[in-house]
Write a protein that binds this ligand. Sequence first.
Ligand code: NAD
Ligand code: GLY
Length: 359
Amino acid sequence: MNTLQVELGDRRYPIYIGCGLLDQTELYIKHIKAKQVMVVTNEKVAALYLGTVLEQLKAYEVAQVILPDGEQHKSLDVLTQIFDTLLANKFGRSATVIALGGGVIGDMGGFAAACYQRGIPFIQIPTTLLAQVDSSVGGKTGVNHPLGKNMIGAFYQPQCVIADTDVLDSLDDRQLSAGLAEVIKYGLIRDAEFFGWLEDNMDALLARDKQALAFAIERSCINKAEVVAEDETESGVRATLNLGHTFGHAIETGLGYGEYLHGEAVAIGTCQAADLSRRKGWLNDSDVERIIVLFKRAKLPVYPPNALSPEQFIKFMSVDKKNVDGDIRLILLKAIGLATLPVGVDEKLLHTTLASYRS
Ligand code: NAD
Ligand code: GLY
């Protein structure tokens, strides 16, 4: 097992990464302060891993809530089920929430913990590659709104992250690829050496080589933890983690949550951001080609859905947390391994990119 730290002063916390962690009872005990524990998960993950987690919690008073599976259920409406269960069980301020699942469950469980009685402790047990490399680390929690992705939420850090790499064995190939989109992101925004490593090792990752996966997860978490430690609440460098996300969120919201996986939408959005960066004279043709080829090799889509016109893209992109006074601001690339902070873009250039960068 490897342990990384997210350095946030008195709220610093460990990320445990390794195989066979789900049944290491002491990892749970170390981070649970009182008797009441509530496990939040979904139907699919419950069938696979809830039993193992409950086995480790025999010494506690445990409640569980099993949510419906899918991005379309990451809503205020469904969130209420968590509060209902906490209240029905008379859980108090010392109770701990354990979020067992992918990014949807992590974001919702974390947000419920942030809100319930104005904040109770929570633990992240991420079970998708995407959640292990990104969403479980850094304390962004929340739900979607029909008009905008992740528009309702809070920054709220977990007590720890337990990333058991064995659980990725049951993840299907499409979900593995979706996670790779966020892995590639770290190479693009701040770690050119890692980007090169990904070019050399993409086939091993897709073949689920354990060593390659462990390295990619750890390197991603190191990158994420460093960014979060520098800028927890996104007043600066943390925004770079949003590379491709403004385009991607427009795809997710515009087509209806769940149509494209988050990672797939991010892959397309990152290629759009790379194309726009080239039009601004920052990337050259071969940089953009390298980026598109790597996403393709990761079995991710690279072109936007034809169902979304440039005008529709712009409409949905105008609802984004990086925007200022309604003006769209994007993370772009100066080079592979170097992202910009949010920059305003000329709407004509954005429109040209959206109209030209298509399959
Ligand atoms: P997800 O949570 O929907 O999980 C994907 C699918 O995999 C689901 O069907 C889930 O039930 C299933 N699954 C989970 N673990 C499994 C396992 N071990 N074996 C088999 N199936 C398993 O999606 P995701 O890609 O994990 O997360 C996407 C979400 O994360 C989005 O809502 C996105 O906005 C959010 N996100 C948040 C942050 C953040 O910083 N908080 C960062 C990136 C993404
Ligand atoms: N996934 C973006 C962030 O954590 O800031």
